[in-house]
Structure formats: C-alpha cells, structure tokens
Design a protein around this ligand. Structure first.
Ligand code: ZN
Length: 682
C-alpha cells in the first residue's frame, strides 16, 4: 500500500528529518529551560513547522533558527513582545502614512487628478510585507513564541485572559496564514473580473416599456444593478401617480437578472427597448444617449447565459486556492466567520433568524399596509416610508451651516466646542481635537484613522465654495465619530497590538451616535420621540430585509463548497431554490406570495466573497451601541470607556460595553417601544 503514496521520496524524507529535528529540539530545549516551558516549546516547534516550506531551509536551518529564537524565560519573552509591538506599530503607521499621502490627490479637493495620481492611489506599499516576514523569518519568531488560537478558544478562554494575553493573541494572528503570492493574485483577479462584470451591469430605464408601449422612467436614467434599482424602488414611494407601476416593473427586471432570463442585449444598452414582463426586445425608437450601438449586437431575446453565476463560481474557485494555506480556518466560510467577524456561523444564523421570526414583523407589516393603503408586494421589503422629515428645510439648514463654517478651518477650530456639547470634558475635547485634522474631501467624505500614535486621524468632508452645507455637516458629524473612536482606540488603549474595534460595525455604531446629534451640535432642537420611533422602525425593517439576503449568501457558499464541480447553470438553479426556500420560510406569509426569488438580487453576492452577513450584524451591533449611549447620561465619558477596550472578540467587547453579548434583543425591545409610540397614528 505504501507504494501508492504519491509523495515524492525527497519530500517525505525532508518531512521525516524535520520531525526528527522537532523531537530532538523538544528534549534539548526542555532540558535547558525547564519542564514548565515544555508546553510552550512543543506548541512553538509545531507552529513553525506547520508553515515552514522547503525553500525556508533544511533540518539544520530549522534547528539553528529555533535554538537562536526561542525565548525560554519571561524576561526574554517580554523583551521580544515589546520590540515587536513597537516596531509593528511603526511599520503599520508609516505604511499607512504612505498610503494616505499617495491617495491625497484622489481623495482631497485639491485640483485635477492625473493618470499617475491614480496609479499612486492604487499602490499598496505593504502588499509584500507578510511574504517578507516569512522570508526573513520574523514571522517564524512569532510563531515559535506566541500561541495561535482558534475562535473557539478566543470565545471560551478569552474572557479570562489578561490584556497582555489578548495582545499576544493578536500578535500571533498576524501570521496565522501564509498564502503564496500567486494564490493572492488569482483571488485578486477573480475579484476584479467579477467586480468589472457588476460595475457595468446597468439598465437603461427609459428603454423599459410596458404592455401599452409606455415609458415610465425619464430619459437618460441609467441604473446600476442592484443598488440603484433598489434605491429607485425606495424613491418611488413618494410618486403617488406612477410609483407603484414603476416599482412593479423594477421588481420584474430584478427577477429577470436573478433567473438569467434577461435578454443579453438589454444589459447596459440604450439601443434597444425591452418589455420585462413579456421579455420582448426591439430596436429603440428614442435616442437618449450619445453612445453608439455596440458592435455586432444582434437584437434578440437570447438570455444572458448564466454569466452572473459563472462569475460567482470564479470567485469560489479562487477563494478555495487559499484553503490549504490557512490551517486554522480552512474554508472561505470559516475565514469569514472565525477570522474576520469572530462570530461563529451558527450564532450569526440564530441571531438573524431571531429577527426574521419575530412577531414584530407582522405587526410592522400591518402598519406599512395601512400607511400604503394596499396589501404588501414583494418589493416592499425595501419600504422606505418610515424616514421622517425634518422640522427645518434643507435650505434653511444649509444657510445656518454655511454661516458657521465657511471653510474646513472653521470646522477644525470648532471641534473642541462640538465635543464639549457631546459631554467630553474640556481637557479631553482638546486632547482629541489636537489629534484630528480636517481636510476638504473630493467625494462625499470619509474618516481616515492613524495607525501609529505619532500620526493624526483625518476627517474628510465636502466644503463648497459657498461654505459647508448641511449634508457636509451631517457627514462631518459622522466622520468625527469615527475619528474620535480611532483616536481613543489607538492612543488610549493599553497595547497598540489591540488597537481598534472588533470590526467595522463597531466604529459605524460610534459614527451613527455622533451623526444623530447633528441638530444638537448646531444648537437646534433634537428629534422628538416620534421621529426617533420612526427611525427605529426603519432600522428594524432594513434589518429584516437584509437578514434574508445574508442567509441566501451563506447558503449559496455552502452549496458551492458541497458541489465543487458545479456548472454555472447548476449554481443558478441552486441559488433560485435557496432564494425561494428562504423567502417561503420567512417572508411568504407576510407578503402573501410564495416562491419569490428577490432575495438573490444583491450584487455583493457575486463579487464580494460572502460579505453580505456583515450588513445585518452591523445593523444590530450599531444599534446596541446607540442604545447604550441613550442610557448613559453623558455620551463623552461612555464613548471613552467603550472605545478603550480595543480589538477583542465582538462578544467580549459588547459585554464590556453594554452588559450583553452581540444580539438582536436591543433592536427588538426598541422596536416594541417604537410600535407603541407610532402604532396609534399610522
Ligand atoms: Zn461610517
């Protein structure tokens, strides 16, 4: 039987030699450092060997490396820990500084962007750092001395760890994968290809015709699937005349995309008219674009040949290439949940189902029906009518803001005052303001935190020539929330290795808290209880919708891992079935319709490697943080207490912050209250 083993003799010989080295070193080092180091020694030797490749050197190189780098007493270990913590902060901080400088021309409102600016902006100077650290064996030094952990250990043992143990855990995790450059390249290529497919998937809305040949949408309107299509459904609620017909037509378009019965020729093509109900196509009779007809495009109703699912399959095949190099998380599914989210998949599933099966769903559905004056239709998963208007008109607010903040500098100067209004002490407000730089953004705005303590966080917001407008101020309040979190969780955390928050949902929660205070920051009356209640209902309905979408994404990835040889057509059929099954389970009774495929429409599912569960989990986490802030008498001190926890697991962070782990209870309880507040007056 041993004859059939495919391993080449030389490799097998190497493996045996390395194992022999390992036993020899185990005995030698235990004799040298004592029995109480035996467990550390065994673990370190094993961790190094797991990532060691032939080109790292033979048995003698391995032995020599271990002898010189094992820290067998506490003093040497402390020294090593401190040195790595300090130097990795420098590495991350300066790399980030380069990235920020390289992106400035693109990110800031500072004049034209040349083609070389785009190249600078797309350059990542740290792309090869991990490879380098394995090559020069600094990564092996960490793996020899500090423990790799599983999510299970971080969840079950983590609450009892010291802060230093947590910092060591994060230090080791940086080197828990050694993915070869060609695998990373293959993943990046698959991501780019599917992303290209998605970003050119436009529908020319004026070219959609109904059975009477009418065009419901205005000329030139070009909507990207799915984002713009969904947002158009949301916007159409205020169109009392044609809104409903438009929404039904968009749903039909979405279903054609999901089922791939959409004629290939209508995708991003203003040269044809299309009736999405009958699926008839014809040369267009209107010209609302300057684009020429695509070369060789025949006008026929030949459907798109499952390209959507072929793209998804490519991302799956690419993602799988990394599996053998990620020993603690050997599938993309495991990497997403255990490494990126640090929440077990079963828990995420249970939390999402808790929202989906809540009795509140049917109560809110009834409320929406009474507000709409008709039974719900499937596209009403995107109902947007709970968003309340403001007491002040937008132009009124624009004038107030422009007078206060004619330029970015005046906002910068006002930061201590604004933070004071949120309850930070004068000293702490000044401390934070000293670490935030305000820049005029080219786009809508964003927050860019620092990665080392000598650097500052950057707040980017749009300032028009006539001064800041209300939208810019609202965005600035949001970004300032990010910046304050970024500053506290870098500068005030006890170990820089624990810098940050568990994941982006947490920093979004902080940003929403600040953003919701924008009226108070302007010295105007804060939203009343009814407005707050409507916002909560809007949050709930949005979470209910995206929870189902996330479950589709998760089930589809499991199906792909279970059917590695599947064709695009088989994946299409499976996705349709999964979408229908989840609809039938959680939505059909609310919307009085079965077998709807709409949950499969999100473009992220095609190009984002199972990103979608981040949305509903993010909603819930942000909501928990916002609710905790409402309970606190002072946002400032509560904010500081929470942000200093650093990057531990989401549950541990949330327990420290709010007394309970990540979950849906806060949203469900607030929704119950909101229904009481709004219920009587739909
Ligand atoms: Zn944000």
């Amino acid at each position: 039987m041993s004859q059939t083993v495919a391993t080449p003799p030389s490799t097998q010989l190497t493996a045996e030699r390395m194992k022999a080295s390992m036993s020899r070193l185990q005995a030698e080092l235990t004799a040298k450092f004592g029995q109480d180091q035996a467990i550390r020694i065994r673990r370190g030797l094993h961790q190094v060997l797991e990532f060691w490749r032939e080109d790292d050197g033979g048995a003698s190189v391995y032995e020599d490396f271990v002898r010189r780098n094992f820290a067998g007493d506490q003093a040497s270990l402390d020294l090593m820990f401190d040195r790595f913590q300090r130097l990795l902060e420098q590495l991350d901080g300066h790399m980030h500084e380069i990235v920020r400088e390289f992106r400035n021309q693109q990110d800031l409102d500072v004049g034209p962007v040349r083609s070389y600016d785009e190249t600078f902006g797309g350059y990542d100077p740290s792309a090869h750092v991990l490879d380098d650290f394995f090559q020069n064996k600094l990564a092996f030094t960490i793996l020899l001395n500090f423990p790799l952990t599983t999510l299970d250990e971080r969840i079950n043992l983590g609450p009892k760890w010291t802060r230093r143990q947590w910092a060591e855990t994060r230090l080791a995790q940086r080197f828990s994968k050694r993915i070869p450059a060609d695998v990373n390249l293959a993943i990046a290529q698959a991501a780019a290809e599917s992303d290209n497919y998605i970003t050119s998937y436009n529908i020319w809305m004026h070219h959609l015709v109904d059975d009477k040949g009418q065009r419901l949408f205005p000329p030139k309107m070009r909507l990207l699937s799915h984002w713009n299509l969904r947002d158009e459904i949301k916007a159409d609620y205020v169109d009392t005349e044609k809104g409903l017909a438009k929404q039904r037509m968009i749903q039909q378009v979405m279903e054609r995309i999901i089922t791939q019965t959409i004629p290939q020729v209508v995708i991003d093509n203003p040269q044809v008219d299309w009736n999405p109900f009958t699926n008839q196509v014809a040369p267009t009779t209107v010209n609302d674009s300057n684009s020429a007809a695509p070369i060789n495009a025949k006008i026929s109703d030949t459907p798109e040949p499952s390209t959507r699912y072929a793209m998804l399959l490519k991302t799956y095949h690419a993602a799988r290439l990394a599996d053998p190099y990620s020993p603690t998380e050997p599938t993309l599914i495991a990497r997403r949940f255990e490494e990126n989210r640090e929440l077990p998949e079963e828990r995420v599933q249970a939390i999402l189902e808790q929202v989906l099966t809540s009795p509140l769903v049917s109560r809110i559905a009834k409320l929406i029906e009474s507000r709409l004056g008709r039974p719900l239709e499937p596209f009403d998963i995107w109902y947007s009518g709970f968003r309340p208007g403001s007491k002040h008109s937008e132009s009124e607010l624009d004038a107030i803001v422009a007078k206060k903040y004619p330029d970015a500098g005046t906002y910068q100067k006002d930061i201590p005052n604004l933070l004071g209004k949120l309850g930070f002490s004068p000293e702490r407000a000044q401390y934070l303001a000293d670490r935030i730089v305000v820049d005029p953004a080219r786009g809508a705005g964003h927050a860019m935190g620092a990665e080392m303590r000598t650097e500052k966080a950057h707040l980017r917001t749009r300032v028009e020539k006539s001064g800041m407008n209300y939208k810019g101020f609202n965005v600035a309040a949001h970004e300032m929330g990010h910046n304050v979190e970024q500053t506290l969780s870098l500068n005030d955390v006890d170990y820089t290795l624990l810098q940050g928050v568990p994941n982006t949902a947490f920093t979004e929660g902080f940003a929403f808290v600040f953003q919701a205070q924008d009226m108070h920051l302007l010295g105007l009356a804060s939203p009343d209880a009814r407005t707050e209640a409507l916002k909560t209902l809007n949050d709930f309905w949005g979470t209910y919708e995206i929870a189902g979408v996330a479950l589709v994404d998760m089930a589809v990835w499991h199906w792909m891992y279970d059917h590695p040889e599947a064709t695009p057509e088989e994946l299409r059929e499976a996705t349709l079935q999964i979408s229908k099954d989840l609809w039938n389970k959680f939505y059909a009774s609310v919307f009085n319709k079965k077998d709807v495929v709409l949950l499969g429409v999100y473009s992220h599912m095609i190009d984002s490697f199972m990103y979608l569960p981040d949305y509903p989990i993010g909603h819930l986490i942000a909501f928990q943080i916002e609710e905790q802030m409402k309970k606190a008498s002072n946002i400032g001190t509560e904010f500081e207490r929470m942000a200093k926890m650093g990057r531990v697991t989401p549950d541990l962070w949330m327990e420290n912050a709010t007394g309970t782990p990540v979950g849906a209870e806060a949203l469900l309880a607030a929704t119950e209250e909101a229904l009481k507040q709004v219920g009587g007056q739909p």
